[in-house]
Design a protein around this ligand. Sequence first.
Ligand code: DAT
Length: 167
Amino acid sequence: MNSSLQIILLSGTPGVGKTTVADSLHQRGFQVLSLNDFIISNGLYFGFDYIRESVIIDEEIVQIKLLNLFSTISGYLIIESHAAEIVPPEFVHFVIILRCAPNILRARLEQFRKYSKAKINENIQAEIMEECLIAAQEIYPAEKIIQIDSSFSSPDEIAEKIISIIS
Ligand code: DAT
């Protein structure tokens, strides 16, 4: 067990700004892992769900590979994912849930993503239903979960807020 590793999970509905904020944290010297990139680049999925327009993740092997990775690093590690519940919780220091007003989230998804209308609507509904927050609450105590509204703050402002929370 690597006791000096402290993981900050950065979760939230697709489009809330996880990748952009993670990039900003990386520019500020933090180690960052995109769980989606990790899964794809290591082939840790069974296939593609064409109805949900997403990969079908092999969660068991993802957890094994993550634990292998965790044994090799120390310090803070930011992991960004909308499926943060996959990350083994032992090392998780804080869970940051980025939130976004539904109309702003819709505008971002329409402008920046090649999603179908159905997929955009599914994500808006997930945000309204607080799915990522509820998934985190099922695993972590309330004091480890922090929500940050990304609707009217820049990614750099959000990164600074996260740094002040964890330090
Ligand atoms: P995610 O990784 O959560 O799916 P993203 O970081 O890719 O989201 O952001 C989706 C788009 O929204 C991105 O192309 C730029 C824009 N964006 C992200 N954060 C923003 C913010 N705080 N303010 C304005 N636009 C933002």
